[in-house]
Ligand binder design. Sequence first.
Ligand code: NDP
Length: 261
Amino acid sequence: MAENMKNLHGKHALVTGGGRGIGEAIAAGLLLQGARVTIAGRDEAHLQNAVRRLLQMGEVNYVTLDVTDEGSVQQAFEQASKRLGRIDILVNNAGQAQSAPFHKTDAQLWQHMLAVNLTGTFHCTQQVLPAMLKAGWGRIVNISSTAGLSGYAYVAAYCAAKHGVIGLTRSLALEVATKGVTVNAVCPGYTETDIVREAIANIVSKTGRSEEQALAELSANNPQKRLVQPVEVADAVVWLCMPGASAMNGQSVAVAGGEVM
Ligand code: NDP
């Protein structure tokens, strides 16, 4: 298809945590729809490798940032806008999932989960919203989790942060509803990325179960009895960014094989 016929031609999308996992799949999906894409994260080597893989799909660049640090976010977003233009699409995907029983969840773990998953989303959204409102067009997609819609044992801090992301999504969506900007959340179930690989290694080391048993345990909540694939999450995100999804606002779309929440 000719570049200028693609759905997101002319748009600049920034994907936090775009150097691997779900974020890289989202970056690829947006590039294939014609967007220029900036991926952002802390690890420059990861980002450079991802840019090499993604370059064949379109115009892509990277910036380094730590979403927990407001100054670093501001600097990175300014750099991204200077290089590829106003940010029309923001995907708040950067996240971390640390588990612990509640009595072992200290204030540091609690604050860290909120800082990365919730305050990071706040910092990045603050950077892009004024220009989106001025332009009268924008798409913000927040990657929450099924843990943003439902409680799970041993992840109270992560769950609280991801529930917070849904609250932020719903409120902001109402605030900007008449301004051409939409704000939605996508809520993956267990998806085959480093987060799940680490969770499996953790279960194996703490319980002595085999990798197969640990994988079966994580897949048990998914009625399809499998892990979600990053590209399946990415497809939902890309759809929410399309011109045709303009009536989708304030929604939390679960990509979890039919898990009832
Ligand atoms: P990965 O661990 O593969 O990727 C996480 C990404 O977030 C990395 O690119 C990492 O980049 C970035 N990141 C982490 N901390 C920071 C930070 N402080 N500042 C900037 N970037 C950061 O995980 P997934 O791809 O699986 O996760 C992506 C999102 O999906 C997360 O929000 C996660 O909570 C959510 N999710 C994942 C599920 C799963 O089962 N995989 C299920 C439900 C939700 P770097 O290290 O370079 O900073």
